[in-house]
Write a protein that binds this ligand. Structure first.
Ligand code: BGC
Length: 460
């Protein structure tokens, strides 16, 4: 691929991935903002929960209808409208006069996150050449992790005045506006255009990302995968699509039920459990965790198209299971002092690093890769709804679980889920590295078992 086109593809993916930055920022920012909102409006815990969970509920709703709207209106338009929603939500929440308005605008932001979390990887996967697709789609995950760190830093920097929570929310409007403007300059997804019979526009969009000599071939293979008409919800249950559906939903489950957001949302709480007395140290340690998350996502991007998806899943999930078990052991000791404190911190850092090279990027990547084009919208949106649904369940049960199972028991529970996840990956997850989206579809249609996809390539 020519250097110019490569830079262009990276820029295109980078702009779309700003949606990920907003996803990370707007989910992360609440951890600091809520402390001030709670004081200012004298909130009871149920109201605190409503403010915190508004985004997750909105995200489930947004993800639920994102498939239908991106198939209908195109990926580009939907991303533009979503960015506008992000901006409205950020400004609205920052000016809110009462808690009900905060909940309402955070719900709107949630809807935007739900739609964006699905549309950005979809769009990027559809404009990417196969040999760079893993890295490009994972730029979105990189932006999510950057958004989380930025939100932690903003929370930290603004944690002086009682009214600063308004700025915490309001600053989210800046990347939203950049996303709107950036997306306007980009082309629509060529795959979606072909589906709408806009052949000339599709060719023009492809010409921006690949050499002329490859366009005919690419057009033919997209057209071939489109001969089947747009699939219905019922079609998702056909025996040849079902394995991909199961893999997407199961990866959503394993990404969330291995406890990632108990660390992202509750890291300061966990560090305080571990005996770090001051809020300040706990928050700083959390910033450290966020930075490790970013750096290891960069490592994942480097390896994802070289080593492949499955080796990263095995390495990362094994690391996650071990560190969860170790955190559990540390919490199981009668008192956490000196060396054990260190073990807990290292456990958390090792855990986040392992997540960042495996389930973090690979869930979002795989659901953009494994579904046939005519049902891709619906299937991906189902996997995304599942992800946000499991996220909400884990976030709202974490504190109760620590009371019922104990802190150690809770982390061991996540470790066991993770071990089951490794077996699942071995048995059912395909290796999509280096295959074009059309090849993956072709393989599914032949009904040879999704998992054999990578195997057949290696065997060649
Ligand atoms: C997950 C989020 C999580 C984030 C952390 C994403 O892939 O979907 O739930 O907060 O990674 O980096």
């Amino acid at each position: 691929m020519k250097k110019g086109s490569k830079v262009f593809v990276f820029m295109t993916a980078g702009i779309a991935a700003l949606a990920g930055l907003l996803f990370g920022y707007d989910t992360g920012v609440i951890s600091g903002a809520i402390l001030f909102i709670k004081d200012q409006f004298k909130l009871a815990s149920s109201a605190v929960e409503a403010v915190v969970s508004a985004v997750l509920i909105g995200a489930v709703i947004g993800a639920a209808f994102s498939g239908a709207i991106t198939d209908r209106f195109g990926r580009k338009k939907v991303l533009i409208v979503t960015a506008l929603l992000f901006a409205v939500g950020a400004i609205g929440a920052s000016l809110a006069a009462n808690v009900a308005m905060i909940v309402l605008f955070r719900l709107i932001i949630g809807v935007a996150i739900g739609v964006a979390s699905y549309t950005a990887p979809l769009y990027i996967s559809e404009i990417s050449p196969p040999q760079m697709r893993g890295a490009l789609v994972s730029l979105n995950q990189l932006m999510i992790t950057c958004g989380i760190v930025v939100s932690y830093l903003v929370d930290y920097a603004l944690s002086l005045g009682a009214n600063e929570w308004r700025w915490m929310f309001g600053l989210g409007a800046i990347p939203a506006v950049i996303l709107v403007t950036g997306m306007m300059a980009l082309s629509e997804s060529p795959r979606w255009l072909v589906g709408r019979n806009k052949t000339a526009e599709a060719r023009a969009a492809l010409a921006r990302v690949m050499p002329q000599s490859e366009i005919d071939k690419e057009m033919r293979s997209i057209q071939k995968s489109l001969t089947a008409k747009e699939g219905s919800w019922k079609e998702l249950l056909q025996p040849w699509i079902r394995p991909a559906l199961v893999v997407g939903i199961a990866l959503a489950f394993f990404q969330q039920a291995t406890g990632i957001n108990t660390i992202i949302y509750y890291a300061p709480t966990i560090f305080e459990f571990a005996g770090f007395g001051s809020h300040k140290v706990a928050i700083l340690a959390t910033v450290g965790v966020g930075i490790v998350n970013v750096l290891m996502t960069v490592v994942a991007i480097w390896f994802i198209d070289r080593l492949g998806r499955k080796p990263l899943l095995y390495i990362g999930m094994t690391g996650m299971a071990i560190s969860l078990a170790v955190i559990g052991i540390a919490f199981n000791m009668p008192s956490i002092t000196g060396a054990l404190k260190m073990v807990t911190v290292l456990g958390v850092v090792f855990y986040i690093a392992s997540f960042a090279i495996s389930l973090g990027p690979i869930f979002w990547l795989m659901i953009a890769e494994i579904y046939p084009l005519n049902v891709r919208g619906r299937a991906m949106s189902l996997a995304t709804v599942a992800n946000w649904g499991f996220n909400a369940v884990v976030a709202s049960t974490f504190l109760t679980l620590t009371e019922k199972l104990g802190k150690a028991g809770t982390f061991w529970f996540y470790a066991i889920v993770c071990a089951i996840g490794i077996a699942f990956c071995y048995l059912y997850v395909p290796e999509t590295k280096g295959h074009s989206l059309e090849e993956i579809e072709e393989h599914l249609r032949k009904n040879k078992g999704l998992r054999s996809l990578g195997l057949s390539k290696e065997a060649k």
